[in-house]
Design a binder for this molecule. Structure first.
Ligand code: PAF
Length: 285
């Protein structure tokens, strides 16, 4: 595995692969890698001849007062994990490489609608930051396909829409959430949890499963299922931002006539903002 620090150095490598007709898969990350990232990488290796992983902590997707400054920077241990995974290139650009004119007045990519609901309501500008950096990374890497985890379901939807709207010829592949044995979705931010918080954290997933069971039972109104979950999380010590039953297709609020549903949650536990989701087919699947 080669580590490349700039787009200028990456381009000739990718160009050579392209001349040979090799298929390139891309996994963008912010580092501090866990098994969720490694499962994306494993799938990328299966799908393509060449795999590139990027590590870049993108300042413009963090709001004021969020954890950009303390986001764990673990390049060396990430490199060690990646070296065992059979990828070709770790792309670790610096800020100047991706934001040559600085981050204040650069060009932004914004996906309307989807970016302002759910997490977008609580993190204004977040998804524009994500869409912008992913576009830049796509132009640097020029992959055939890119893989994203479904834990960030809204992010996945924003990127799919962006790629469709801008006619970017890259296949976007979503991959299932990887969970700890007790159900907690793996996340780089789980490291912010104290031991006591860590033992409470699976309640997020438990509440999602209870909501799914209630939907399938069909006796309770969706808004009452959501309110019960929010009350249950508050009682356990979380500060929920939302717990919401949505249509999977567009993440708009669902009602009892909809079948293909996603239940999404974001809640603070101590210093960690945890997000998670489950899918439900209200037809009874
Ligand atoms: O999901 C992430 O880690 C980030 O949002 C991404 C897609 C790498 C963009 O910075």
């Amino acid at each position: 595995m080669e580590t490349i620090f700039s787009t200028a150095d990456l381009r000739p490598v990718v160009a050579q692969w392209r001349r040979r007709g090799e298929r390139i898969a891309f996994v963008p990350t912010m580092g501090n890698l866990h098994d969720g990232h490694l499962s994306l990488l494993q799938r990328a290796n299966e799908l393509a001849d060449r795999t590139i992983v990027s590590i870049f902590v993108n300042p413009i997707q963090f709001g004021q007062g969020e954890d950009y400054a303390k986001y764990p920077s673990t390049l060396q241990s990430d490199q060690e994990k990646l070296a065992r995974c059979g990828l070709d290139v770790l792309f670790a650009p610096n800020l100047r490489d991706l934001y040559p004119g600085g981050t204040e007045e650069d060009t932004r990519v914004t996906v309307p609608g989807l970016s302002t609901i759910l997490c977008g309501e609580f993190r204004p500008g977040h998804f524009s930051g994500v869409a912008t950096v992913v576009t830049k990374l796509f132009f640097s890497v020029q992959p055939d396909c890119a893989l994203f985890g479904e834990k960030d379901l809204q992010q996945l939807k924003v990127i799919r829409r962006m790629v469709d709207d801008l006619c970017i010829p890259i296949e976007i592949i979503g991959r299932p959430i990887i969970r700890e044995a007790d159900g907690l979705a793996m996340s780089s931010r789980n490291g912010y949890l104290s031991a006591a918080e860590r033992s409470l954290a699976p309640k997020i997933h438990q509440n999602l499963l209870a909501a799914r069971a209630a939907i399938l039972e069909g006796k309770q109104a969706f808004r009452s299922i959501e309110n019960n979950a929010i009350a249950s999380l508050r009682e356990a010590g979380f500060k929920p931002e939302y717990f919401s039953i949505r249509r999977t297709a567009d993440l708009e609020e669902a009602n009892e006539a909809d079948n293909d549903l996603s239940i999404l949650v974001a809640a603070w536990l101590g210093k960690a903002r945890l997000i998670d989701n489950v899918q439900v087919n209200a037809d009874g699947d």
